[in-house]
Design a protein around this ligand. Sequence first.
Ligand SMILES: [Zn+2]
Length: 323
Amino acid sequence: MSRTILRPEVTSVAWFKKEKYSTLKPPQMRDRIPEGLLTKCDNCYTALMTKDLEENLRVCPKCGYHHRLPARERLALMTDPGSFREMFTNIQPTDALHFVDSKEYPERLKAARKCGFDEAVITGEATINGRRVAYGQMIFEFVGGSMGSVVGERITRLIEHATANQLPCVVVAASGGARMQEGILSLMQMAKTSGALARHAARRLPYLVILTDPSTAGVMASYASLGDVCIAEPGALIGFAGPRVIQQTINQILPKGFQRSEFVRDHGFVDIVVPRKDLKRTVALLLYYMTGQPDESMRAAVAEARVTEAPAHEPTGAVTAEA
Ligand SMILES: [Zn+2]
């Protein structure tokens, strides 16, 4: 076909008779594509149907890239439908330092609340496959998931609630670090949350943390790295200082994939990298391994396995008792 087009006898006149090959649509046609119908993958740049991407938990079907998941979708992914009961909502931020950057801190908080959340974390009780857990989830939409005094206090109370009620604790991290508008008050949350986790661990209760993109700085340097098992989503940025700061400080080119989930797993900083679709199942399995108690989804399978594993003959004691 292409040869035909390139034949020398094609005169300039012929070009005028040719069909138009342009793929650009006239403006009125372009306007007919509704806004938000297509989303470009941040990694492979494939244009994807937004609906398909959302149904695939915002994981690119072409390259597997995990886009950030909005907080409400994350909550629906990790917990049983309608099971989350929010707690500690009475803890609200104050402007103790009267901090002003490009705008006053109370103004910044007011603007941030437009995302539908009142702070950068939600905490409470939920069930995962029917198992009761203390559940905390950071809200990246709210000032970059930054940890101020409210985040620290809510997380601490969540852990203390878990300790008092003998519950496993599951926390999903998504944070750029401490909230600079609260200065030292933010940094104090690192010690406070870590202390609460030590008391939770002393009661031999499981604590699982799921690191999503990004899990960095003060949050990573406290409760986000203290999980009995640290689970990470593929490709998430995980670290303390960001790669640009490190590169400028040490004045060296950083290795490929530096501070991404797979890199930090290979260097022992996280335990497992789990695709988004398998996260809930993995958490449920880990809680089963750590507590020895199967949840609703595995009770039948565990009972069946026990029957299969049972000895073919009656134990000696049982025979004696009957005799
Ligand atoms: Zn992609």
